[in-house]
Design a protein around this ligand. Structure first.
Ligand code: F6R
Length: 366
C-alpha cells in the first residue's frame, strides 16, 4: 500500500506532481485564458456582491489560508481575513450576507472548522469549502465545494493536501478576479501558464533530493531551527516550521524576516540553523538584509531561492534552488524542499514519521 516507499509521508510528497495536475484538470481552458469552475458557476453579479472574505481552518490548512489571503487580495482585490477555526468561532466575527466564508480542510471532518463553517452560515455568509474528502461533513454543510482531488492522504503530516489547497485557492482567486474585472487578461494568462508548469517543476525538485538529505543529517540533531521569509515566503515558512516540529520534534519557529529584530534575534546564536526563503522578488533585497542580520550572529543559513539566483549564494552557507515561477506560485514549489527536510530530519532522529506522538490525522474533538 506504500507502493515501495518507506512511509506514507514520503509517498505522498512524491505524489504531488500528479496531485497538483489533478487539482487543475478540467479547471483551465485550453487556450490558457480562463479558469473554469463547473461546481461554482457564479455570475458577475454574484462575484460583485462579495464585500469581504473570511478564511478559517486549522493547522496546515490554516497556513494554506494565509497564502490564500495573498492570492485573493492581490489578484481579486478583496479584503480577506484569515483565522484559526478555534478562534474564529468564539470571537463574535463580523460576518454578514456580503461575506464569503471559505473553510479549508483536508479531511472535511475537523470539528472546529465545521463549527466555524456553521457559525459563518448562521450569520448569513455565503459559504465555500475547499476539501479533499468527497461527501465529508464539511463538504455537506457548505453551500459550495471545491474538491482538491489530491487522493487519500494517510500520513498525519499533511503534504499533498497543502499544495493542492494552494492550487485550488489560486484558481479560485483568478476565477473571482476575472468575474470582478480585477485582473487584466495578460496577467491572468501568465499565472495560468505558470500553473500548468507546476507538475513538471515539482517533479524536477523531487528528482534531486540529495542536498536536502545531507542538510537533514547534518542539522537533524539541532534542538532549534528558525524559518524566515517575507510576504508569501513567510507563509511558507510557517508551514515548513510546523512540518519540522510535528514529525521530527525539533523546536522550530517561523518569523516574518523583518520581525526578527523585535525580539527573536536574541535567540539567534552561533550554529543555529536558519532556513531563509527568498523567492519573492519584490522584497528580495529586504530579505537579504535580514539574512545578513542573522549571519552576523554566526547562524548557519540555508537559503531557498530560484534557480539562477547567483546572488543568494553569496549570503548563505548552503543554498537550495527551486525552478523559477510566478511569485504567487512560488509557495507551491518552495514548500516541497521543506517537507523533505522535515521528513529526512525525522528519519535521521528515528521518529515515527507517519504517526507522530500525540497527534491524530483527523481532529474530531475540540
Ligand atoms: C499538519 C496537519 C494538521 C492539519 C489540521 C487540519 O501536518 O496535518 O495541522 O492540517 O489538523 O486538518 P484538516 O485539514 O483535515 O481540517
Amino acid at each position: 500500500e506504500k507502493g515501495g516507499y518507506e512511509h506514507f509521508m514520503i509517498k505522498e510528497i512524491y505524489e504531488q506532481p500528479k496531485a497538483i495536475r489533478e487539482t487543475m484538470t478540467g479547471r483551465l481552458s485550453k487556450d490558457d485564458s480562463t479558469v473554469l469552475f463547473d461546481e461554482l458557476k457564479w455570475t458577475k453579479e454574484e462575484a460583485a456582491a462579495i464585500k469581504k472574505i473570511v478564511i478559517t481552518a486549522c493547522g496546515t490548512a490554516y497556513h494554506a489560508g494565509i497564502v490564500g489571503k495573498y492570492y485573493l487580495e492581490q489578484l481579486a482585490r478583496l479584503p480577506v481575513e484569515v483565522d484559526i477555526a478555534s478562534e474564529f468561532r468564539y470571537r463574535s466575527p463580523l460576518v454578514d450576507s456580503s461575506t464569503l466564508a471559505i473553510v479549508i480542510s483536508q479531511s472535511g471532518e475537523t470539528s472546529d472548522t465545521l463549527a466555524a463553517l456553521k457559525e459563518a452560515k448562521r450569520l448569513g455568509a455565503r459559504t465555500l469549502a475547499i476539501t479533499n474528502v468527497v461527501g465529508s461533513s464539511i463538504a455537506r454543510e457548505a453551500d459550495q465545494v471545491i474538491y482538491t482531488w489530491a487522493g487519500p492522504e494517510i500520513a498525519v503530516a499533511s503534504t499533498k493536501a497543502y499544495t493542492t489547497q494552494l492550487v485550488s485557492l489560486c484558481l479560485l482567486a483568478l476565477y473571482i478576479a476575472k468575474l470582478r474585472g480585477a485582473i487584466d487578461q495578460a496577467a491572468l494568462q501568465k499565472i495560468i501558464r505558470g500553473l500548468k508548469n507546476l507538475p513538471e517543476q515539482a517533479h524536477e525538485i523531487l528528482e534531486d533530493v540529495e542536498p536536502i538529505k545531507t542538510f537533514a543529517t547534518q542539522y537533524g540533531f539541532n534542538e532549534d531551527v528558525f524559518f524566515i521569509g517575507r510576504s508569501l515566503d513567510y507563509a511558507v515558512a510557517l508551514e515548513g516550521s510546523l512540518k519540522l516540529k510535528e514529525i521530527s520534534y525539533i523546536h522550530a519557529e517561523a518569523y516574518a524576516a523583518g520581525e526578527l529584530k523585535h525580539g527573536t534575534l536574541a535567540l539567534i546564536i552561533e550554529g543555529v540553523p536558519v532556513i531563509a526563503l527568498a523567492t519573492q522578488t519584490d522584497v528580495y533585497e529586504k530579505t537579504i538584509s535580514n539574512i545578513q542580520e542573522v549571519k552576523a550572529r554566526d547562524a548557519v543559513i540555508i537559503g531557498l531561492g530560484f534557480k539562477g539566483d547567483k546572488n543568494l549564494q553569496k549570503y548563505v552557507d548552503h543554498a537550495i534552488f527551486i525552478p523559477a515561477t510566478e511569485k504567487h506560485l512560488a509557495p507551491i514549489l518552495a514548500v516541497i524542499p521543506l517537507q523533505l527536510l522535515a521528513y529526512y530530519a525525522a528519519v535521521t532522529r528515528g521518529c515515527d514519521v507517519d504517526k507522530p506522538r500525540n497527534l491524530a490525522k483527523s481532529v474530531t474533538v475540540e
